[in-house]
Design a protein around this ligand. Structure first.
Ligand code: NAG
Ligand code: NAG
Length: 225
């Protein structure tokens, strides 16, 4: 019986260690952070020229973050995000994030390069999961009493695979905030870059995230994945 328990617990503990960095204030930023090595300026310009970007930028109730510091620090190293896989052909720009911290609404833009693909030549679902996890958490953190927490549950419904060289947009919104628990819903879709073209966004995945602020941050054993 003990053996069974151990076997079951190992992946959970591993995950728990991975998120143990969360309690750091994700907005604090880290001045010593390395500069970005590569930014695809053209993609950046294309995103900035969309009607949606301009609306978000002029919206006074939103804060904008450009840097990888917009997300909890630990994610940079352990997940795809802007740590290991940032660079030419991976994530070609830092995520551009707009957040309404009072309402828990977040819109963020990413560009996915050529090397984030799986064997079928499409963007890997792990990348999609990472974006959803980070983005939904970021939308939910400000509504937790301590402004920090851990992912208790992340449900992802994959709809379509994103083609390589996609510019994608994540839209996340807090659906319920009650004490130490926040439920966030969101979806990831491609961003048609030319506002004049009748190109339709392609829905990549929908997701629900349950974020909690544990009473005892040390104990992660209750985590469900
Ligand atoms: C983000 O980048 C845009 C354009 O590059 C700039 O106008 C804006 O001030 C930056 N915002 C922050 C918070 O760095
Ligand atoms: C600004 O953004 C918020 C989303 O948080 C939205 O509810 C509001 O309608 C926006 N305002 C304008 C003028 O677009």
């Amino acid at each position: 019986m003990f053996k069974g328990l151990v076997r079951k617990t190992i992946p959970l503990v591993a995950f728990g260690v991975g998120i143990a960095g969360f309690p750091r204030d994700w907005r604090a930023g880290h001045p010593q952070d390395t500069k970005l090595l590569h930014i695809n300026e053209e993609v950046l310009r294309q995103i900035q020229s969309t009607k949606e970007y301009k609306q978000l930028e002029s919206n006074k109730s939103l804060r904008q973050y450009n840097s990888s510091n917009a997300f909890p620090g630990q994610h940079h190293n352990n997940y795809v995000g802007t740590g290991l896989l940032f660079g030419p052909d991976l994530f070609e720009i830092d995520p551009i994030v707009f957040i309404d911290e009072e309402k828990g609404e977040l819109t963020s833009f990413y560009h996915l390069g050529d090397k984030l693909i799986s064997q079928d030549g499409q963007i890997h679902n792990g990348v999609v999961s990472t974006i959803l996890d980070e983005g939904l958490c970021a939308a939910g953190f400000p509504l937790l009493p301590a402004k920090k927490g851990v992912t208790a549950k992340l449900l992802i419904d994959f709809k379509n695979q994103a083609p390589p060289q996609s510019t994608v947009v994540l839209r996340a919104k807090v659906k319920e905030a009650k004490g130490r628990k926040v439920v966030i819903g969101g979806y990831l879709e491609t961003l048609p870059l030319d506002d004049n073209k009748a190109e339709k966004p392609l829905l990549i995945a929908e997701s629900t995230c349950i974020l909690v602020q544990p009473k005892w941050f040390k104990y992660f054993t209750w985590l469900q994945i």
